[in-house]
Design a protein around this ligand. Structure first.
Ligand SMILES: [Zn+2]
Length: 351
């Protein structure tokens, strides 16, 4: 089996690069531009669809069939709802963050004219020395606001900065990579999976491997709000979503495994495709888990609901504490990358 250890640093640094670019769902142009740069550097074609998703095209040996791997690069975020009389920003969530974990987090506010301000997400009872309910006030959007790092005393001062309703608030991902292989960050869902996709492209390009079928790497946006890959190019007959694997309760996945999802909230994944992925994982001695995801929908769910004539499956590295302070490990990413490689080019893995 191909030794993927030499790609550890590349994969981790690609994840870091993706995480460094703010891409709250609905504002993904910068991260798509980064992916375009990387695709072109590898010598692959790149295109975008109308709503902004990016596609890397990798020609295959058999051009009669086209498969697609889909990873979303949009993340959770917040949007400015209104400005308070004393110059704080009230907000609404984009997607489903665990809101209490946002208390105290740093953020960046991007105005419609492109300026970026920093701030901190706080409870409306933020001071222990003043508010009797500082420790008990519910950490829900209605009871929280963003404190801007700007001298603002009233609503008009904030408006004068160019900040207004509808501006994106990007949450600091706080990315760290530890010596012993952990990737700690918000938004590993799904910049972890997306980094695996870019590393796959890099391996194929550098080793001059040609996948079995024409292969599209689809970088979706708007996944966190449910319609990421709702549109799939017409020639695609199967879609493998590469997203995070769930961990917790009676699920068997860990941060060291590739998770193969049998069913999520949108229903069962394609029976044969799931079986084929399990067989590939076994054949290549990958550390894997088959699980059901209790609260989850993927790009494949969106594709099927969008009416596309495809079969689909879902895999990804096990991610702990999803939509909060997430963590995964190189082993989980490596097993995911190996399964992706086995899927697109079964012969590559035995070389
Ligand atoms: Zn996801």
């Amino acid at each position: 089996m191909m030794d993927l250890t030499p790609y550890r640093d590349e994969l981790m640094q690609t994840a870091r690069q993706l995480l460094e670019v703010d891409s709250p769902t609905g504002y993904c142009r910068d991260v798509i531009a980064l992916i375009q740069q990387k695709a072109q550097a590898l010598g692959y074609g790149f295109s975008t669809i109308q709503k902004g998703c990016g596609i890397i095209t990798i020609p295959g040996r058999d051009t009669s069939k086209t498969v697609m791997l889909s990873g979303h690069v949009d993340t959770l975020g917040l949007m400015v709802r209104s400005i308070t009389e004393d110059g704080m920003l009230t907000f609404v969530p984009l997607g489903g963050p665990i809101v209490p974990t946002l208390d105290g987090e740093y953020c960046r506010i991007r105005t419609r004219s492109g300026q970026v301000y920093t701030g901190t997400i706080l409870s409306l009872s933020p001071a222990a020395h003043v508010f009797p309910d500082s420790k008990t006030r519910p950490r829900v959007p209605e009871e929280m606001a963003v404190r801007l790092d700007a001298v603002v005393r009233k609503k008009e001062d904030v408006e004068a900065l160019g900040i207004g309703t509808g501006d994106f608030i990007c949450i600091d991902p706080k990315t760290q990579i530890t010596e012993n292989g952990f990737l700690k960050s918000r938004f590993i869902d799904n910049k972890g999976g997306s980094a695996c996709m870019l590393t796959l492209a890099s391996i194929l390009s550098n080793r001059k491997l040609v996948p079995k079928y024409n292969t599209l790497l689809f970088f979706s946006i708007y996944e966190e709000v449910g319609h990421g890959a709702a549109y799939v190019p017409q020639q695609v007959s199967e879609v493998l979503a590469v997203d995070m694997g769930c961990i917790g309760m009676d699920l068997s996945c860990t941060e060291y495994d590739v998770s193969i999802c049998a069913k999520d909230s949108s229903g069962p994944y394609d029976y044969d495709m799931v079986g084929e992925l399990i067989a590939l994982a076994k054949e290549h001695n990958l550390s894997y888990a088959v699980d059901i995801y209790p609260f989850y929908g993927s790009d494949v769910s969106a594709s099927l609901k969008g009416g596309n004539n495809i079969r689909g499956a879902l895999i990804g590295p096990g991610v702990h504490a999803s939509h909060g302070m997430e963590r995964t490990h190189w082993e989980g990413l490596k097993n995911t990358l190996a399964l992706m490689l086995a899927y697109v080019d079964p012969s590559a893995m035995s070389r």
